[in-house]
Design a protein around this ligand. Structure first.
Ligand code: PGD
Length: 759
């Protein structure tokens, strides 16, 4: 397939050709993309890391299903497709008939790949629904704390899904105060695709117009250099204290918008009482905050005054809430924006997630996209997504979540497609123990990720390059005909084809496939979608014309978020979906849950006292050189490694105090585990804070040296929910010690296939 064909990914649209003889991918970014993502450079990653054929773990094959401590350590036996399909069908049938469908965990969280039809999670959910359902997961690792919180505070998550566009901010915002920054690296990616990377350019336009940027983050590169931001560097996880102190200044200096608070807010008195110290005897003064967050008190009051005097955007990153009591900085940020009284004014108020993806702030299409119907799931059981290890380790135990008491079902079979929990989950040693508990783990994967290595049945999936699909996201102006660019590797098959065979084996083949080939599904989904569109947005091209053209234009992205504009104009006629119809600075509902880890108003809930054994903070953020763990073996990701390890950035002052040198491989140790990483010196960090990105493939091959010898920070992070309100992921921070190695580090084996055995 040497001719360049249209295709798409979560980080950009492109044309590509595969040159099979040389095993080379030639790739041209979409000519309409003003700033194509460097992540595209990972795509030509044909490597030994591919799963070339179906495999079954030796112990499972010989001893049959059951808990097994060898899972994740065992060798794999190559099998044929016509053997593995009936084997897996029998096991699925055994589990559902013996233990019931709730014993199948099909939450299967993960970003998978771009493509509306071969969307791995949609495929597995549709398949399992045809078998009678599964225990599902709710929420995301991205926004675990926020979604629940926002439902109580502003009624829903539309402020995330459809925030004011960058176009409006670029025109109106005078002061961007960016808690957690707006990292350019995260604006590379968008779930489903992004054909135009415009966020960076629009922020530059705001700067050129004279807007001022203030970055509040322990990491200076959480905002692009060319925005000339003032950098305020609090300790990780202390933004709530800073936000409360800014609110304190507005309250005591009477710079808050009393009229807005009287008409649009509920719980103002409770919040004011808490901030001024009436509730707990601790006024949240700048001096108080300075002692908590390390930002000088004399910088806090002037910032509050400046915010009150200008059209100000309080920008709250998603990373803020992926942490201990992550609900609080978001609630405190919304409270601060409410006091400023600019919510609903162009360029003012708050935003949550600018910079988190390329789509945030790009405008939203007012209609849906072609979507594979998933059917209905009759099983009521679910978990908040980040409670996966608890689900497997604590069957029958109860826990609290958003005012409910829930019980973990007894999981016998785990089915994962399109995700990598051994990338995304915290405390990976604990996750390993959890994965030994079910009877059977099934994974479809193109690559030998740690998740595939911890499975019993590993079924090789195609990558998008090897199949046809529809590429689109609701924040992007094109629907792309993703043509096949390369032939499937080895015996890899589409997830759809695998599920179709399993469904036939289990007697639901016709219901699952509806008699369509993959290409027929694409035409069916496209035409059904097109017919339902409002006429003014309906593309004239039928499926064949669309496929030949390679794309159709999607019109009508909204640039203004009218929810808050209408609410501002008339809160009685356009109330928020909260019990009071207003922004809730005190939520009687949340208070009624009685959670001391998430009380009824925003509060500073300090983390446990730091253990002197772990004197440094580690920020474990999303990576700049790959999407999560995807294509970690790709050229762009590999180029940033140092001696084959993931780089850990260390401030030169800390390095000097610890006697560390640039490039040295060190061991990071936390209360739950350890990992190796290579030192890179950087003054873009607050001293006392290290930074190690997520996404290096977990490598537990030398446990005597470290839990992970490659540099996966989730070997270090704790598996604890944000609070009982949301039980969200807290992977963003942990506390660590750095140790020098006394012997040469062991090799990294993460990108090599696991041991292969004969029967
Ligand atoms: P990915 O690396 O994208 O990570 O976690 P997520 O599990 O989404 O994994 C997707 C997997 O799907 C890859 O292994 C890929 O090969 C596979 N895949 C791709 N396409 C297909 C396909 O078509 N079929 C099949 N079967 N497989 C496919 C991401 C998660 O990590 C997220 S969203 C966030 S925001 C979290 N962030 C943090 C964090 O900030 N800090 C820490 N410590 N941890 C985090 N984890 C979370």
């Amino acid at each position: 397939m040497t001719e360049h064909r249209p295709h798409s990914s979560h980080y950009g649209a492109f044309h590509a050709a595969h040159h099979p003889g040389e095993d080379r991918l030639s790739l041209r970014p979409d000519p309409g993309d003003p700033e194509p993502s460097p992540l595209l450079r990972n795509l030509p990653a044909f490597s030994r890391a591919r799963v070339d054929r179906p495999y079954v773990r030796r112990g499972w094959l010989t001893r049959g299903p059951g808990p097994d401590p060898e899972r994740g350590r065992d060798a794999f036996v190559p099998v044929e497709w016509d053997e593995v399909v009936p084997l897996l069908a029998r096991e699925l049938d055994r589990v559902r008939t013996t233990h019931g469908n709730s014993a199948i965990f099909g939450g299967s969280y993960g970003w998978g790949s771009a493509g509306r039809f071969h969307h791995a999670q949609s495929q597995v959910h549709r398949f399992l629904n045809h078998l009678g359902g599964y225990t599902r997961s709710v929420n995301t690792y991205s926004l675990g704390a926020s979604r629940n919180l926002l439902s109580h505070v502003v009624g829903d998550d539309r402020s995330i899904v459809e925030p004011t566009s960058y176009l409006v901010l670029a025109e109106h915002t005078e002061l961007f105060v960016c808690f957690g920054g707006m990292p350019a690296k995260n604006s590379q990616v968008n779930a489903g695709g992004v054909s135009r990377h415009t966020a960076a350019g629009q922020l530059r336009a705001a700067r050129a117009r004279g807007a001022r940027f203030v970055l509040v983050s322990p990491l200076r590169d959480d905002l692009a250099d060319d925005l000339d931001a003032e950098w305020i560097a609090p300790l990780p996880g202390t933004d709530t204290a800073l936000l409360l102190a800014l609110a304190y200044v507005l309250l005591v200096e009477r710079r808050y918008d009393a009229a807005f608070c009287a008409t649009h807010v509920t719980g103002f008195d409770v919040f004011r009482d808490y901030v001024l110290g009436g509730a707990d005897g601790v006024p949240k003064t700048p001096a108080w905050a300075a002692a908590v967050c390390g930002v000088p008190a004399d910088r806090i009051a002037p910032l509050a005054r400046e915010m009150a005097a200008h059209r100000t955007l309080v920008s709250l990153s998603w990373s803020l809430q992926r942490a201990h009591r992550g609900e609080q900085p978001i609630w405190a940020g919304i409270a601060l924006a409410a006091l400023l009284g600019q919510i609903g004014l162009p360029g003012g108020g708050f935003g949550h997630g600018y910079g988190a993806t390329a789509g945030t702030g790009a405008g939203l299409l007012p209609y849906g996209l072609p979507t594979l119907p998933q059917g209905t799931n009759p099983v009521p059981d679910f978990i908040p997504v980040a409670r996966i290890a608890d689900l497997l380790l604590r069957p029958g135990e109860s826990y609290e979540y958003d005012g409910q008491r829930l019980t973990y079902p007894d999981t016998r079979l785990v089915y994962w497609t399109g995700g990598n929990p051994f990338h995304h989950h915290q405390d990976l040693a604990r996750l390993r123990r959890a994965f030994t508990r079910p009877d059977t783990v099934v994974v479809h994967e193109p690559f030998w990720t740690a998740t595939a290595r911890h499975a019993d049945l590993v079924l090789p999936a195609t990558t998008t390059l090897e199949r046809e699909d529809l590429g689109a996201a609701r924040q992007d102006p094109v629907l792309i005909a993703m043509h096949r660019v390369a032939e499937p590797r080895g015996q890899a098959r589409d997830d759809y084809a695998i599920f179709a065979d399993l469904a036939h084996e289990l007697g639901v083949g016709e219901a699952f496939t509806e008699g369509r080939t993959a290409r027929q599904w694409l035409a069916h989904l496209y035409e059904g979608w097109r017919a339902d569109l409002p006429p003014e947005h309906r593309p004239t091209e039928d499926f064949d014309a669309f496929w030949r053209a390679g794309r159709v234009t999607l019109t009508g992205r909204r640039t203004r978020h009218t929810l808050y504009e209408r609410f501002r104009a008339d809160p009685k006629r356009h109330p928020l979906a909260t019990p009071s119809g207003r922004i809730e600075l005190y939520s009687a509902t949340v208070a009624s849950f009685g959670y001391d880890d998430c009380p009824g108003h925003p509060a500073w809930l300090p983390p446990p006292a730091p253990d002197p054994e772990f004197p440094l903070w580690l920020v474990a953020n999303n990576p700049a050189t790959r999407l999560h763990s995807q294509l970690d073996h790709g050229p762009h990701s590999a180029a940033a490694k140092v001696a084959g390890r993931e780089p850990v950035r260390v401030h030169p002052e800390d390095a000097a105090a610890l006697g560390l040198t640039e490039g040295e491989v060190v061991r990071l140790r936390s209360a739950v585990g350890s990992c190796l990483a290579a030192v890179v010196l950087s003054d873009a960090l607050r001293p006392g804070v290290l930074q190690l990105a997520t996404g290096a493939w977990f490598d537990p091959s030398a446990p005597e040296v470290a839990t992970c010898v490659h540099g996966n920070p989730n070997a270090l992070t704790a598996d604890v929910g944000t609070s009982r309100l949301a039980q969200g992921c807290t992977g963003q921070h942990t506390r660590v010690a750095v140790e020098r190695l006394t012997a040469p580090p062991p090799p990294v084996r993460a990108h090599q296939p696991p041991p292969i055995a004969s029967r």
